[in-house]
Structures are given as structure tokens and as C-alpha cells.
Design a protein around this ligand. Sequence first.
Ligand SMILES: Cc1ncc(COP(=O)(O)O)c(C=O)c1O
Length: 389
Amino acid sequence: MDDHVDVAEPIIGDEERENLRNVLDSGRFLQGEFVEEFEKKWANYVGTKNAVAVTNGTAAIQLSLKALGLEPGDEVIVPSLTFGSTATAVVHQAGVPVFADIDRELYTLDHTDLERCLSDETFAIMPVHLYGHPAEMDEIRAFADEHDLYVIEDAAQAHGASYKNDIVGSIGDVGCFSFYATKNITTGEGGIVTTDNDAVAEQLRMLRSHGMANRDQHVTLGYNYRMSELNGAIGTAQIDRLNRFNERRKEISGRLLDALDDLNWLQPATVRDYVEHAYFWAPFEVQTEKIGMSGKEVWENLREQGVETRHRYNDPLYDQPVFARHRGFNSDFPWSANPNDHDYDLSLPNVEAVVGSMIGLPNHPNLTEEEIQYVIETVREFDTVAQVR
Ligand SMILES: Cc1ncc(COP(=O)(O)O)c(C=O)c1O
């Protein structure tokens, strides 16, 4: 071990290599048999009738919005603490993101804030299963049904997580996943949409391929968001290993949580007893007033000691310049197409309390026993140094 522990690592085995070699030897790189197999296996894993593979998770969200019928200026309620593309994908499709607060314990969308966010323009709610913990789907679904809204699950961080025995991606009208290199399983770059709705799936298939219904006709404004065979070849092998990866993530995360339980400045995230956490992160909330340091300083210090951690997100989405300054299509479109005046001069209490203080310790399935011990010892040593500062 060289005194450096990575926070994430893609795990590529013999089957992925063999599949890739087959694609390279065949010379057929376009979306084909491996992508089809990947889609069938993922639909089967999640428990939906359809899965439609695309180039990445952001494309999955954008296409879902269009396939469900979002019109320019329609609003989509999103949590304020998530990766930017949960909301930029809405803008790409000419929709307007509306930022909700987060649950103080789970960090996912706060369903008690939905009423405040609702307007005549609301089209959908997009909960994010942040860090691998499912959002409170029963309450979100009930609110959506009451107000006739779609539910789009952003499950980019939660492969294999479940909520009251339902695998995420099968609970909303559609589920969107990313297979970026650091995720629980990867295709290199990649994404997929899951849905029980055959008509939406058909739209998605057309939209990802230039909006063409056949060889000659562009029947709608589509994109080239197809997944290549190279990505599909990796993905189909990865699905077979997801449960084992997740078990190992859970085991390592549990070890870290137990071993660091007594540190008063490092608070483990809450896990509800009716969910299966995907442990994309082993998340801790840094109690900044107890250690006298920001989450970013803790992240920097641990990195200097060779322990790479995740540290996200350092800003609420409503503070990001793209949203705060309404920079959509080099103008203030699509906000200008929306009758509501959305200034994003927000300060949502739970987001503000948490932002910048979340870190995730290394928990990927490839960690060796020595590396796990090194993470624990380094954090404990840092605790001693930090407390006497
Ligand atoms: C919550 C969330 N949504 C969407 C995405 C976008 O996925 P991609 O990077 O594959 O476009 C990511 C990140 O990668 C994410 O973490």
C-alpha cells in the first residue's frame, strides 16, 4: 500500500474485457446486441417493463422530460442539494427548475416543502436518491398524484437501493441512472431510463436516435444520445456483479461507521429502516462547530494524509451562477417563457445547515483490509490533531 486510498475505483473484470474484445473484433461499435442485453438485464433488475440506454445520466433526465411531454416554461421541482445536472437537464429541455429544501436527516428532497414550490406551471417532481439513500417516495408520490404531476426519480447515485422493497427506478413514472466511472457500476460513460410505460419508452427510443421513426423521417426533435456497444459490453457484465459490489460497500461502510462512532464531530448519516441504502457514499456530516473547521478543510486535510474523500455539495444549486443569473440559452430563456418570476435569491434552512459539511469516506469494493485500516487510523489521528488545534 502506498499511503494513498482512492475514494472510488471502477472494477473491471475478465467478462468486461472479453465482451469488449468481442466488440472490437466485430467492428460493430454502434448500439447493438450488447446494449440490448444490457437494457433487458437492467429492466429485469429494477423491475420495470422497459429500460432505454443512453449516453449518460444527464441525457437520461433530459430525454425523460421530453418523452413525458414537458413544454418550454414548465416547472420541475428538484432538491437544492444535488449534482448540477439534475437541474441543468431541466433547462436543456427548456423547463424551469424550482428548488425545494432537503430533509434535515436524509438530505433528500423535503416533501413538506412541495406545497411552497407548487404552481400552475408545475409539471413534475424529481427526487434524488442522494448518496445512495432513497428519498421519501410514498409522500412524494402521494403529493404528485394529488396534483397530477409526474415523478422522475434521479437514481444516478443509487443503483440497487430499495424503498419499502421496491428497487429505485421502479417507483416513479420514470427512473434515471448514470453509469459514470465512479458510480456503483459503470459503463465508462452511460445512462439509462427505466419505465413501465410502453409509450414513454417508445418515445425515448426515438428521441435518443435523432427523433427518427424510420430510416427516412425525423418525426420529432431528437438527439444522438445512443449508447455505444463498447459501453453496453462493459455494462452488461457489471450488472451481474452489482449485488456483490453493494454488499461489500455496505460492509465497509458499516465498519467505518462503527470504528468512528465515538468522534463527536463526525456524524453518520441516518438510514431509515425501510430502505436498502446503496452506499454510493459512506456519508458523514462534519459538525463544523465541534471541530472548528469546514467540511472542505477536513476534506483537504485528509487528502494530504492520503485519504481521498468525497466532499459534495459545497453550494446550494440556487446559488450556482447558471441558475442565479438565469443563463439558459445565452439569454434568460427558458425563464422568460415562464409566467412565474423565479428569482433564486433563496436561503432554505436545511440546505443552508448542511451545505459544505458532507463528506464521504472511501468504501469501494476493491479496498483492501490494509486500506480500510489506514482510513480508520488516519481519521482517528486527524481527530487527535484537530482537537488540540
Ligand atoms: C444526482 C445525479 N444526477 C445526475 C447525474 C448526471 O449523470 P452523468 O454524469 O452520467 O451525466 C449525476 C452524476 O453523475 C448525479 O450524481
